[in-house]
Design a protein around this ligand. Structure first.
Ligand code: NDP
Ligand code: MG
Length: 407
């Protein structure tokens, strides 16, 4: 995407108004931590949450945004009453329309897209269509609607900066950002690193005994429950492979996945001259968030510096797609394109939720997704309605899969 540095530095002269979609989550709270360190640079314009209304109330009292958005009418009324009692002027909006309003509001400079799952798609697209600077954590939105999403970015001249740590690392290693094609930039391939999750060495025959709490105990990154399960199944890396294809205009064959248990190298770019550039740092989301917030400048993130002697060694191994079939499914879907990624994503969301509520075992997550993909024809995804229809159909087939299994 073409980037106008002159415009960026002019707009840096006043505090940037930030909307955080998903402020009560792991990425949202990390973003607020960074913003709080730089009050002269950033001002919180709007925050959203869904179930954690107590936390959202505290965040509103602390940051005094102009808007807050919640999903349910009843929560909106209660939050508005509480905020009025404390004398704040925050206006509470509700549901998807509210999210789209705070994403596209003319006073907003930057939107942090940190809602989890398909629920983030429409508000993120609203920010894209309004030409905002978007810090993208919500990979599911891009996975579902990749071609449409990137077309909208180009049309509106929005600035799309990845804060998923791997993609942020790649962005940093591609010295011209997205300005050129990979071939023009002399890139041979992109290497996505993966921690391998908590079950990197667990034998296949022990995997169905895995509990939700074990799956959510990630060895290197503290995250929300859905992405933690995705990391444990390696679907997260599969979604990230698709995400990388769209962000960097790469084919699936140009994206390699390597297990790196220390999570110190966040990803790499391999150039045709034999150079390999990597971005290193402690595993802390405040680094990619700070990088994207301040880009093209650099600001303090609060992350402690990396002590290489403390790290001492960096290990690498190939992923085992036999024990982690979700990665193979995602790679297949990346090749198919069209509506297939939306189908994969929706089936995964339903299956992960079923695993977290102990309806299915860990290894059945991949079975649900594989069976739903088998039942869904892949069509071109030329408009949002088609993508949303594939999402809805995949969800209903997944729910049917669960119901039949419960019989
Ligand atoms: P969390 O579960 O911690 O937070 C999700 C946020 O979205 C919360 O604010 C939650 O509100 C809100 N939310 C959840 N469902 C809905 C919905 N249906 N409608 C509106 N809002 C909703 O997730 P994470 O912060 O871990 O992840 C957010 C996104 O960032 C995901 O797409 C993930 O893949 C991506 N990401 C996360 C990383 C991390 O380190 N956590 C790293 C890289 C990417 P509430 O909590 O109030 O219910
Ligand atoms: Mg990641």
């Amino acid at each position: 995407m073409p980037i106008d540095h002159a415009t960026l530095s002019v707009s840096n002269q006043r505090a940037q108004n930030i909307t955080i979609l998903g402020a009560t989550g792991s990425v949202g709270l990390n973003t607020l931590d960074v913003i709080s360190r730089h009050p002269e640079r950033y001002s919180v314009f709007a925050l959203s949450g869904m179930t954690q209304i107590g936390l959202l109330t505290k965040l509103c009292l602390l940051h005094r945004p102009q808007y807050a958005v919640v999903t349910h009418e009843q929560d909106a009324r209660a939050l508005q009453n509480t905020l009025l009692q404390f004398g704040t002027e925050t206006l509470v909006l509700v549901a998807e329309a509210g999210l789209e309003t705070i994403a596209a509001h003319p006073q907003v400079d930057t939107v942090v897209s940190a809602i989890v799952g398909a629920a983030g798609l429409k508000p993120t697209l609203a920010a894209v269509n309004a030409g905002k600077k978007i810090l993208l954590a919500n990979k599911e939105a891009l996975v579902m609607s990749g071609a449409l999403f990137m077309q909208a970015v180009r049309r509106s001249a929005a600035i799309l900066l990845p804060i998923d740590s791997e993609h942020n690392a790649i962005f940093q290693c591609l010295h011209d950002g997205h300005a050129r094609t990979l071939a023009d930039a002399g890139v041979r391939r992109i290497v996505l690193t993966a921690s391998g999750g908590p079950f990197r060495s667990t034998p296949l025959n022990a995997m169905n005994d895995i509990t939700p709490d074990q799956a959510c105990a990630h060895p290197t990154w503290p995250m929300g429950r859905k992405i933690s399960v995705d990391s444990a199944t390696m679907m997260n890396k599969g979604l990230e492979l698709i995400e990388a294809c769209w962000l960097f205009d790469a084919t699936p064959d140009q994206v390699e996945v390597v297990i790196h248990p220390q999570s110190v190298i966040h990803s790499l770019v391999d150039y045709v001259d034999g150079s390999m550039l990597a971005q290193l740092g402690n595993p802390d989301m405040r680094t990619p968030i700070s990088h994207a917030l301040a880009w093209p400048e650099r600001i303090d993130s609060g992350v402690k510096p990396l002590d290489l002697c403390d790290v001492a060694r960096l290990d690498f191994e190939p992923p085992d797609e036999n024990r982690f079939p979700c990665l193979a499914l995602a790679r297949q879907v990346a090749q198919w394109g069209g509506t297939a990624p939306a189908t994969l994503n929706a089936a995964n969301e339903v299956a992960v939720e079923a695993f977290l509520s102990r309806r299915i075992g860990f290894t059945q997550i991949a079975q649900v997704i594989g069976d739903v993909l088998d039942q869904m024809p892949v069509t071109a995804a030329n408009d949002l309605e088609t993508v949303l229809a594939a999402d809805a159909k995949a969800r209903s087939l997944s729910i049917r899969w669960l119901a039949e299994r419960d019989k």
